[in-house]
Write a protein that binds this ligand. Structure first.
Ligand code: ATR
Length: 316
């Protein structure tokens, strides 16, 4: 007959006093004190990352016993860094620029959001399995719907850009019911993203509830004469303070203009304020919400995001 110790290692049942003593020792040896679970964010550069601060606030708030650090990986050393973390018993990590595609390739299991994005920002280590997810889009949709209190269902949503940032959010926007138009300088990229998102949404709709499948890709010249309820800037134009070639009549009455960048007013946000957007937001709420989604994937606990967003706004 066999007993099982708390860590699932089998030990022999002890019939004599001496063996009972030995068994107690075995149990004590087995019942080592609970270890703090380790997590990290990996990128290059990484100094700027707010993720350690956010996750420490989440952990404090929910009482989860975790550590979370920022790790700089060499540009040619992402896979080796992941290997080291797994060997050292880390439970998962966030992945940021420029490693999101490598993380996508490294994962052994991918969620639909990661498959459409072709990029992974959250890895969960579980034995031999490396689960890869992309929580950016869920974070964006939650920020818009819960913090800004603007519903996406059946809204005309314009997603500007078709690079990594846009790829990460298209499917969750569709799942929220958005009628999605993707616009990009390179029109092919917009159309490819629209088709990939539509295919995945339809594939998932067969096994889940029905999903909005109104989505198209276009160039900027096709925006003239059209209006949108929600306009999301997912381009990197703000990094160089470049203006986007948007028509002045783009914003419908009551429209939201959302820039996925945070920390400053971009030319897109300025344009939106000057051309009738009712609400203009940066991407700080999305940053916190995508982190909360990662935290939930790892810990099964959903932290309160509003106080964390508020605290970060004060630090800005
Ligand atoms: P990210 O991962 O930040 O999305 P990326 O994959 O390099 O970065 O994509 C950048 C996006 O911003 C692209 O959609 C790019 O448009 P193109 O694909 O046509 O190049 C867009 N972008 C960057 N600068 C822009 C500008 N000045 N005007 C319009 N779009 C711009």
């Amino acid at each position: 007959m066999r007993d099982v110790c708390p860590h699932n290692r089998p030990i022999n049942r002890a019939p004599t006093l001496k063996l009972q003593y030995l068994t107690m020792r075995a149990v004590n040896f087995c019942a080592h004190p609970k270890m703090t679970d380790k997590y990290a964010v990996i990128g290059n550069p990484i100094n700027h990352s707010k993720s350690p601060l956010i996750h420490k606030m989440f952990a404090g708030q929910t009482g989860q016993d975790i550590s979370y650090e920022a790790i700089l990986a060499p540009l040619d050393g992402f896979a080796a860094t992941i290997e080291r973390l797994r060997n050292e018993g880390y439970k998962g990590c966030n992945v940021t620029v420029p490693f999101k595609f490598e993380a996508f390739q490294l994962a052994t299991q991918l969620t639909p959001h990661a498959l459409v994005a072709q990029a992974v920002n959250t890895l969960k280590f579980d034995g031999d399995t490396i689960l890869g997810d992309n929580t950016d889009g869920t974070g964006l949709a939650r920020d818009i719907q819960f913090h800004l209190r603007i519903t996406l269902n059946n809204k005309r949503v314009l997603l500007i850009g078709a690079g990594g940032a846009a790829n990460g959010v298209s499917l969750p926007l569709m799942h929220a019911g958005a009628k999605l138009t993707i616009v990009n300088r390179n029109v092919d990229k917009a159309q490819v993203l629209a088709i990939r998102t539509s295919n995945k949404a339809q594939e998932l709709a067969t096994s889940q509830t029905s999903v909005q499948t109104q989505i198209s890709g276009c160039g900027y010249d096709e925006l003239f004469g059209k209006q949108f309820d929600v306009v999301i800037n997912a381009t990197s134009a703000g990094l160089t303070d470049s203006e986007l070639p948007l028509p002045a009549t783009l914003f419908a009455s009551g429209a939201l203009a959302y820039d996925m960048m945070y920390g400053r007013v971009t030319p897109f946000m300025k344009f939106a304020r000057e051309h009738g957007a009712a609400v203009v937001s940066d991407g700080l709420g999305m940053l916190v919400e995508q982190a909360a989604e990662s935290f939930f994937i790892w810990r099964g606990v959903r932290p309160e995001t509003a106080p964390v967003i508020e605290a970060l706004r004060k630090f800005q």
